[in-house]
Design a protein around this ligand. Structure first.
Ligand SMILES: Nc1ncnc2c1ncn2[C@@H]1O[C@H](COP(=O)(O)OP(=O)(O)OP(=O)(O)O)[C@@H](O)[C@H]1O
Length: 648
């Protein structure tokens, strides 16, 4: 009966209705139509599932997991729309049977759709996931092992600080020497950079003792993250307890992943791939939680099988905007350790430390990858901002009581209820916490450029640093509490206060790149500030003032300042407010998070955690609604559908 009804419906209309109800995108509709052209005998049920599989990518899922208990919610929110049951009769079990008999579906990548257990993939996503799992598997079976006892002496020199418990930094270093892949995860300030610099010192010392020299490359997913790491690596390398020639053989410049792999204009393919691998013996990638499956596949493809890869990142942060949550998948059990007895013995021999409390309960629960993964657990920056790590831990633990308690216990944390009909948000941003971190101070400083052209780069660097003293964040892009509305509202207020003129470009306008511009060498997410630049040739004064031109200053990953003509930038937006997604890889002395007046499905635990951990010293929650908005967000953990963990 249902099948008759289904056949009677006009297929094209059904797709368009789903699109009009925002259950599908144009792209998803196009994919279903394309597949129908390729295979006219394909059932509408399978085509519809293909459209939904494509649509799942918009939420970061790599596949449609038909075994997911929350499939209904994932597909169409709360309740299925009218008529959908007619289009897609039965339940996941029936759909799986339909897929198994469809000519569009195989389990080995020979068809446009791939069914792997209960997971339905578009072929490209499946192929990437398989390639990533294989490349990781190869690295995990490539021993680079050195004798554990031979590590003991150099490790104790690199880690002179004596601690009673387990020194996870030292454990991470020791584990990383064993295979061509290592993962080091930990929250902010847990010493990931410190650890990796010591690891580089260790590996380079061992190589140089053998008359070799490792070619080391350092990278991060965004320009901002690369710039931040360049700065902290530089300091750490200076403090490294190694011979001078070893120190000199450790690079401090961090590049973006795109530059590392070699972007090619007008192509989504990179210059480096399996037939032209990167010339490197060791590649370190920081902020690995921002790497999506597509980029991870490209990265692994560009590395020779013998090139060591070390991934650093915070597994609890928001996953990449694009599909895949690779770091989260790779670190699924990092907090438990789940080490095998031989790993425990290796750590005992190399570090004289007992990690048997973190041994796997049952042999099958330990994975090869787990043996190469270490989680750092001490926040070394906590003296500066104890409240922030306490709040972050409470958010991670979905502990509403501890979240409220943290706000009460620490001056570094503030929670303020705002109403929509006053200007208290704008006034707060203008004032800042202590005057010198507010927007008013920024505009004042911007209005006082140096007198000599030679001083402009340093001045711009300082102004860009000033910009990171305070940042307003929102988890949403659209709607009254999304960054678009917030930026408009703040801009309007500043104009009313005569702090900025009513035109698009003005000195003091903070902007962010919204796409990669390879010609300019600027990447999506890079932040710039419009500043008056003293004109080099026109030294003559105008009305008693030196002649200045408006330029946008960006800091490149190597620290240099790049001055760009505003008209040359077509992919930028104002960032008085920034999305939490875009704030990844950045830190601010004071981060302020706006929460809307009602709970929102896009606000999740990872998003709140990421916002809190952007703050170095102070975190403020600006609530336009009841506490339930925060509590519901903290309770909502995201789980992205992928088969990577199982495959590994
Ligand atoms: N073992 C240690 N003993 C004392 N201080 C440490 C130790 N490890 C790291 N630190 C200090 O803690 C601070 C944070 O370390 P580091 O930058 O390595 O952390 P991180 O995890 O890379 O931080 P983030 O990702 O938040 O930038 C630094 O000032 C560093 O010098």
């Amino acid at each position: 009966m249902q099948t008759d009804l289904f056949a009677a419906l006009d297929w094209q209309d059904a797709l368009l209705t789903l699109r009009d109800n925002q259950l599908l995108r144009d792209l998803d509709v196009a994919i279903a139509r394309f597949l129908q052209q390729q295979c006219p005998q394909a059932s509408h049920e399978v085509l519809l599932l293909a459209a939904f599989t494509s649509q799942q990518q918009a939420s970061g899922h790599l596949c449609l997991d038909l075994g997911n208990d929350e499939l209904d919610r994932q597909l169409w929110g709360n309740a299925p729309p009218d008529g959908i049951r007619t289009l897609l009769p039965g339940g996941p079990g029936d759909w799986l049977r339909a897929l198994q008999h469809s000519p569009l579906v195989s389990d080995n990548g020979t068809t446009p759709l791939v069914l792997d257990g209960p997971r339905l993939y578009l072929r490209r996503n499946w192929a990437q996931e398989v390639a990533v799992a294989e490349a990781i598997g190869t690295r995990l079976h490539t021993p680079t092992e050195v004798d554990a006892r031979a590590l003991r002496e150099p490790l104790s020199q690199l880690f002179p600080d004596h601690s009673d418990g387990i020194n996870w930094q030292q454990v991470a270093c020791a584990l990383a020497t064993r295979r061509a892949l290592a993962i080091i995860t930990g929250g902010p300030g847990t010493g990931k950079t410190t650890t990796v610099v010591r690891l580089l010192g260790l590996l380079q010392s061992l190589a140089m003792a053998d008359d070799q020299r490792l070619r080391i490359r350092l990278a991060a997913p965004t320009g901002k993250a690369a710039a931040r790491l360049t700065e902290s690596i530089g300091e750490q390398v200076k403090a490294l307890q190694v011979a001078d020639n070893v120190r000199d053989a450790i690079p401090t410049e961090v590049t973006t992943l795109h530059r590392l792999l070699g972007t090619r204009p007008d192509s989504r393919h990179f210059r480096h791939h399996r037939h032209n691998p990167l010339h490197a013996d060791l590649v370190v990638v920081d902020e690995a939680s921002m790497i999506d499956m597509d980029m991870m596949a490209s990265l692994l493809d560009a590395l020779a099988p013998t090139t060591r890869l070390v991934l650093l990142g915070d597994k609890d942060q928001l996953a990449s905007v694009e599909a895949g949550a690779v770091m989260g998948d790779l670190c699924r059990h990092a907090h438990e350790g789940r080490y095998r007895p031989e790993t425990v013995a290796f750590v005992q021999a190399s570090c004289a430390m007992d990690i048997s409390d973190y041994q796997a309960g049952a042999p099958h629960s330990a994975s090869d990858l787990g043996q190469q993964t270490a989680m750092l657990r001490t926040n070394w920056r906590s003296k500066d901002s104890p409240g922030i790590s306490e709040l972050a831990t409470a958010v991670n633990g979905n502990d509403a009581g501890s979240v409220s308690q943290a706000f009460k216990a620490h001056d570094s944390l503030q929670r303020q209820r705002l109403t929509d009909d006053d200007n208290s948000l704008e006034q707060r941003l203008l004032r800042g916490r202590n005057g010198d971190d507010g927007l008013a101070a920024l505009f004042q400083a911007v209005a006082q450029p140096p007198q000599r052209r030679a001083d402009f780069d340093d001045w711009a660097r300082e102004r860009l640093r000033q910009l990171t003293r305070q940042q307003l964040l929102s988890g949403l892009r659209s709607g009254p509490f999304g960054v678009e509305a917030l930026n408009q509202r703040i801009t309007h207020h500043l104009q009313q206060q005569d702090l900025i003129p009513e035109r698009e470009w003005y000195a003091g306008r903070p902007v962010m790149m919204t796409r990669n511009d390879y010609q300019l060498g600027l990447m999506n997410g890079d932040m710039g500030l419009a500043l008056p630049l003293l004109e080099e040739t026109g030294r003559e004064e105008q009305n008693g003032q030196p002649h200045t031109l408006l330029r946008v200053a960006f800091q490149l990953p190597d620290g240099r300042i790049k001055w760009v003509l505003p008209s040359r930038l077509d992919g930028v937006e104002t960032v008085y407010a920034m999305t939490v997604h875009k704030s990844q890889g950045s830190e601010f002395n004071h981060a302020l998070l706006v929460l809307p007046d009602t709970p929102h499905p896009l606000l999740t635990r990872e998003l709140i955690y990421t916002a809190v951990t952007r703050a170095r010293q102070h975190f403020t929650l600006l609530e336009y609604g009841p506490p339930a908005v925060l509590n519901q967000a903290v309770a909502r953990a995201t789980r992205r559908a992928s088969g990577l963990t199982e495959r590994l």
